[in-house]
Design a protein around this ligand. Structure first.
Ligand code: BGC
Length: 439
């Protein structure tokens, strides 16, 4: 990065995490998980470590016809799947519906009515409206589960804030909405988090999967833990003596333990979010916030006259104008090429920029995405070190991982530096696990 001026490097320095700090984050995460798993300590823990009641992973021999609903970001997906005991013979059709913004922040009942409406449309389209098909409900928000079919929403994340859902069982709310319509019937088999869905869909193809990871609009991970390590476990101790734990790691740092890596941009993103002080780790990593972090840093450089000749534009100065997908587009160019960056700066109404400006914009994007990748590496290394399998597979999904050109390689390299000697891993992209998100 010799083309970046010293002044810009100096201002951006706080976005660079030293190896020491990353290791510290890994170790803090481990302490926090121990807290979350402990019966006495759980109430104070920020990483909630919810047992999912999923004890066994698929083995690829499952058969039957299933429906799946997937709510977790700006899209809602309905799927009809036929498993015939092998990947080659399985069949899947799906449809994506938008979740309008007024529904994301409106009354809870309306959200569930919308879901039930989309499900009914889909079932009619596929001629299965008169069948009662077992259904899996992927609901990707922090839920305290009390069994496979009961999940109480603890708090909304990712820009959702529907009233009268927190503290309620979302399976019950779904069933009630479907009953209100009365035109289709369902039989909810399980409510799951998208991390668990991703882990299970990959385990169907690869028996070494132990961890599910999402880096999309939000971020979170789940992993298979031994029952004797789960102090909060209230179920039976039959074989297999393990359970998938939904960590809800997005809330890591909500008690201030990550303040030592906080930047002015993190504080700004948090202050202007609808859940101030919450999902601190998520806000440093996921797609909902990454673009804005880069945007804030770029606006500061512009204010100090270090890019764009000190002249931005009204559009550029608007909150949220620098989209996360710009980061992928800019970093997706070969070094030295600037066509994508120019197109983005044009879109932002910036005029008179130079090639040097484009290099600086790329520098900032790289710092933000590398920091996000490093934090995910710290979390994953912590989990791999806990699991201690000689070789474990991490099932991954989410728009950031899927579309950012360097994320996979950054993660592979970063994790390798942080895991214990003798351990190995692979990152496996889920093909159809949780909801597909657009870039
Ligand atoms: C939610 C998690 C989810 C993650 C990824 C977070 O905001 O709290 O439940 O797994 O986003 O979608």
């Amino acid at each position: 990065m010799s083309a970046v001026t010293d002044k810009i490097k100096e201002i951006c320095q706080e976005l660079i995490l030293s190896d020491e700090k990353i290791t510290q984050v890994r170790d803090l995460m481990n302490q926090e998980i121990n807290k979350g798993l402990g019966r006495e300590t759980n109430p104070q823990a920020k990483i909630k470590c919810f047992p999912t009641y999923v004890r066994q992973l698929p083995n690829g021999k499952e058969m039957g016809k299933f429906l799946a609903l997937d709510l977790g970001g700006t899209n809602f997906r309905v799927l009809l799947i036929e498993l015939a005991g092998g990947i080659a013979h399985s069949n899947m059709v799906s449809k994506i519906f938008a979740v309008p913004n007024d529904i994301m922040v409106g009354p809870g009942e309306e959200l569930f009515d919308h879901i039930a409406h989309c499900l009914s449309v889909f079932m009619h389209e596929h001629g299965v409206q008169n069948e009662k098909i077992p259904l899996g409900f992927t609901f990707s928000f922090p839920c305290r589960q009390e069994g496979l079919t009961k999940g109480v929403l603890v708090t909304w994340t990712k820009g959702f804030s529907c009233s009268n859902v927190e503290g309620k069982d979302v399976v019950k709310m779904l069933n009630e909405a479907i009953r209100r319509r009365g035109d289709v019937e369902i039989d909810v088999l399980a409510v799951l988090n998208d991390t668990t869905g991703t882990l299970m869909s990959c385990a169907y193809k690869n028996p070494e999967c132990r961890i599910g990871l999402i880096i999309g609009t939000g971020t979170n991970a789940c992993y298979v833990e031994k029952l004797d390590k789960v102090g909060t476990w209230d179920g039976d101790f039959n074989e297999p003596q393990q359970v998938v734990i939904n960590l809800e790691w997005g809330a890591f740092g909500d008690d201030g333990c990550l303040d030592f890596i906080f930047t002015e941009y993190d504080r700004d993103v948090d202050k202007n979010s609808i859940n101030v002080g919450k999902q601190v780790f998520e806000k440093m990593i996921s797609g909902m916030y990454m673009g804005e972090l880069a945007g804030l840093a770029l606006r500061r450089l512009c204010r100090e006259g270090l890019i764009f000749n000190g002249k931005g534009s009204e559009r550029f100065n608007e909150r949220g104008s620098f989209h996360t997908k710009y980061i992928s587009e800019i970093e997706g160019e070969k070094n030295g090429e600037v066509a994508n960056c120019q197109a983005i700066l044009d879109e932002l109404d910036i005029t008179g920029y130079t090639d040097e400006d484009c290099r600086h914009v790329r520098y900032v994007c790289e710092l933000v995405s590398r920091r996000a990748a490093s934090l995910v590496c710290a979390g994953l290394a912590c989990l791999l070190n806990r699991i201690k399998e000689k070789h474990a597979v991490v099932a991954v999904d989410g728009s950031v991982y899927r579309y950012h050109p360097a994320f996979h390689n950054l993660m592979t390299a970063g994790i390798s530096k942080l895991i214990d000697p003798g351990l190995a891993f692979d990152l496996m992209l889920s093909e159809d696990g949780s909801g597909r998100e657009l870039p």
